[in-house]
Write a protein that binds this ligand. Structure first.
Ligand code: HMH
Length: 218
């Protein structure tokens, strides 16, 4: 079994919880209140900018030039998606130019930046993998449930994450992670799993915080 296969088995209960979250269930049905999606979008714009920086940093730390190239393309991809969403949803929803990150958003982006800067390289790669893989799984699942939901206002979001272009990036990220895991020690593989699990929990927290429109307590 590859590292990614055994890791997915490990986090399946958490993935099931993510699918059941009200944010994702209501986005799927098109009933998610606009202001919650708007909050999510603004936080996600901040997230994607920081995620792009983390991917760039990982790119610069890679040993093989193939991996340098892949991660710099992932970094550009994150910024391009941010721009595309900016053009679309930002205009229609009237989102602000400068976003103050929520506590959960800041926790998640800083976790990724910290791993990218100071973690072992294979651990840093495992930490960013849920951003690809969980979104792909959630995007595909929601897309598969769209038959009886015409004119879902969240169609562009669903199309982005269930689409072919994103699928290619996810596939490549999975292959690179398995390649790094293969030459890693047992304890390094365990550290990768811990980072993957942590980032997956932070994905859950990001959706939860968006649904609650999380504020700073002070
Ligand atoms: C919080 C979050 N995680 C992952 C993605 C997809 O890269 C996204 N847009 N937002």
């Amino acid at each position: 079994m590859t590292w990614t296969e055994s890791t997915w088995e490990h986090i399946t209960p958490l993935y099931d919880k993510i699918i059941e979250m009200p944010f994702n269930q209501e986005l799927m049905k098109g009933t998610l209140p606009k202001e919650k999606f708007k909050f999510y979008m603004a936080q996600d714009a901040y997230y994607l900018g920081e995620f792009g920086k983390a991917l760039s940093m990982i790119s610069s730390r890679m040993r093989s030039t193939e991996h340098v190239l892949a991660f710099s393309q992932f970094a550009s991809g994150a910024i391009v998606v941010e721009r595309a969403l900016h053009e679309g949803y930002f205009k229609t929803l009237g989102l602000p130019e400068n976003v103050q990150p929520s506590p959960s958003c800041l926790l998640y982006t800083n976790y990724l930046l910290n791993q990218a800067a100071y973690g072992n390289i294979e651990t840093a790669v495992a930490a960013v993998l849920p951003c690809f893989w969980i979104y792909k799984k959630v995007g595909d699942f929601i897309y598969s449930q769209q038959k009886n939901i015409p004119n879902n206002p969240y169609k562009d979001w669903i199309d982005t994450y269930s689409g072919e272009e994103f699928a290619k990036s996810v596939q490549l990220a999975l292959e690179i992670t398995d390649e790094l895991a293969e030459s890693a020690s047992r304890s390094a593989q365990q550290e990768m799993l811990t980072a993957f699990e942590m980032a997956s929990k932070l994905e859950w927290m990001f959706w939860d915080s968006a649904y609650r429109m999380e504020k700073w307590a002070v």
